[in-house]
Design a protein around this ligand. Structure first.
Ligand SMILES: Nc1ncnc2c1ncn2[C@@H]1O[C@H](COP(=O)(O)OP(=O)(O)OP(=O)(O)O)[C@@H](O)[C@H]1O
Ligand SMILES: [Mg+2]
Length: 488
């Protein structure tokens, strides 16, 4: 048996070897103290060399972000503050917050610091990148011209998205915002776009449903979830969109394509307001601090289509915002509308009337538009917006039962079929071929010969036929799909 002396004899030379070359010399280290802590923030003194956005370390491995540097340091805590108390030591790191990035993150559910929430192994990071990064410069960008199909027919036809675009999904609560975003993820299943979904301040059960929907739709392998639910420390909820962008930029910067969904920026703004008020920053309109516009525009500017010299990758952003009683002129909605390249507005009234997805055609816009639409879809979709807007007006007019001429009656009947065609269940993204085929049926008059109620069945028949025939003769297909549906 080894005695203690023998063990020490063996250990001392080994330890001495390990210490060879290490020069023991005194060095300065500033150790700060917590002055006050609570509600997700801490005030710290005694760290004079701290720089803005520096990561500070608190006892128990809790990290904090130094955001205010005048006098005492105002610090957003990126972890639980329950076990911290005034007087506890704080160490500076000289580093900013970095999170893991890499292909291996796909399919994972992570917190905003990159820690797994899915009970899987620790993430295999290719690199660690800062969460706050500058947006690509003008010279590094190219025009947005490649389509990013969302699988939601009304969006792809009327408000098409391009790779590198920022399109806001906005509407009251529970009008199908998240469902459209999930469909956009599902539609990338067999494509080349990687998806990052950031959930901010949502109920854990809601996030679980989204993850389940993506799993059922077979797109989990292409999707990464960054989750800070409602009960997470406010600092983590605040960090989530930055982490999501950094993780998505990995694909943009390696010449590939990514889609980032932020669900939602209204909650992010509310967390930012909460932290700012606690940090005693002066409140402005609706008590938001003055920098909330800059905060979101800096974030969304990171979405871009890169020039060929920079690899030609893209990052498309689909931020979500919630309105109160359809009020688009509230502070955060107007800010976000002016920052993004268009918005899809979901209307609560339409939703409750059963028109789903409840896209309000008059108040939605895509400023990149047709340039980024597949040509076969563009040709069919171009006249739709005007036709649809005219139909909505005519419909109101004819609802009173007044006498209408044959032309008006036909336009209303056509519009009703268009509306039936653009209605769509969630978790059911439509492939491009189906979208093109059904819009062909609309424009060539096939649908006008069918009763409105038959439109959903016509679409199902068309979808089934398209699955068996990859390169179809569209005319024959229309006839077959319409057969037996009571057409005239
Ligand atoms: N196209 C659709 N067809 C039928 N039902 C739908 C459709 N889109 C959404 N729904 C249903 O409407 C409900 C609300 O949808 P969703 O959660 O996407 O809305 P939301 O605007 O994200 O809500 P929240 O404000 O709570 O985040 C869900 O139960 C969903 O199943
Ligand atoms: Mg939602």
């Amino acid at each position: 048996m080894t005695t203690l002396t023998q063990a020490l004899d063996a250990w001392v030379p080994a330890a001495a070897r390990r210490l060879d070359g290490v020069r023991a010399e005194p060095r300065f280290e500033f150790v700060g103290r917590i002055v006050s802590v609570g509600d997700g923030i801490a005030r710290v003194s005694g760290l004079p060399e701290t720089r803005a956005d520096e990561l500070l370390l608190f006892p128990g491995g809790v990290a904090g972000l130094a955001v205010d540097l005048d006098g005492e340091i105002g610090c957003i805590l990126l972890g639980e503050d329950r076990h911290l108390s005034a007087g506890a030591p704080v160490h500076g790191t000289g580093a900013v917050v970095r999170v893991p990035v890499g292909d291996a993150l796909m399919g994972r559910v992570l917190d905003p610091l990159g820690q797994p929430l899915d009970e899987g192994a620790p993430v295999a990071a290719e690199r660690f990148e800062p969460v706050e990064r500058p947006a690509p410069s003008i010279a590094d960008r190219a025009a947005v011209t490649e389509p990013l199909l969302t699988g939601t027919a009304i969006i792809d036809a009327l408000f098409p998205l391009g790779r590198g675009q920022r399109e806001l999904l906005i509407g009251d609560r529970a009008v199908g915002k998240t469902s459209i975003a999930v469909d956009a993820i599902l539609n990338q299943r067999d494509g080349d776009v990687f998806c990052v979904y950031a959930a901010i301040g949502q109920k854990a059960s809601g996030v679980r449903e989204v993850i389940e929907a993506v799993r059922r739709g077979g797109a989990l392998g292409r999707t990464l979830f960054v989750v800070a639910p409602a009960d997470a420390p406010p600092g983590l909820q605040w960090l989530a969109p930055y982490t999501a962008f950094t993780m998505a930029e990995h694909f943009r910067d390696s010449g590939r394509h990514a889609l980032v969904i932020v669900d939602d920026l209204t909650k992010h703004a509310a967390v930012h307001r909460q932290l700012s008020l606690l940090l005693r920053r002066p409140p402005g309109r609706e008590a938001y601090p003055g920098d909330v516009f800059c905060l979101h525009s800096r974030l969304l500017e990171r979405a871009a289509k890169l020039s060929p010299a920079r690899g030609g990758g893209s990052l498309t952003a689909l931020p979500i915002a919630e309105t109160q009683a359809g009020n688009l002129s509230a502070y955060i909605p107007t800010n976000l509308i002016s920052i993004t390249d268009g918005q899809v507005y979901l209307d609560a009234k339409l939703f409750h009337e059963g028109q789903k997805p409840a896209v309000d055609v008059g108040r939605s816009v895509s400023r990149v538009g047709g340039k980024a639409q597949p040509p076969e879809l563009r040709a069919l979709a171009e006249p739709l917006r005007l036709q649809y807007a005219q139909f909505l007006e005519l419909e109101v007019f004819t609802r009173f039962g007044g006498m209408v001429d044959e032309k008006t009656r036909a336009a209303v009947a056509h519009g009703q079929r268009m509306r039936a065609l653009l209605a769509q269940r969630h978790s059911n993204p439509q492939p491009l071929a189906l979208q093109v085929a059904q819009l062909t049926a609309l424009s060539d008059g096939t649908l006008d010969r069918l009763p409105v109620e038959a439109v959903p069945r016509f679409r199902s028949a068309l979808a089934a036929l398209l699955e068996t025939r990859p390169d179809p003769d569209l005319k024959a297909l229309m006839r077959e799909a319409a057969a037996g549906l009571g057409g005239s």
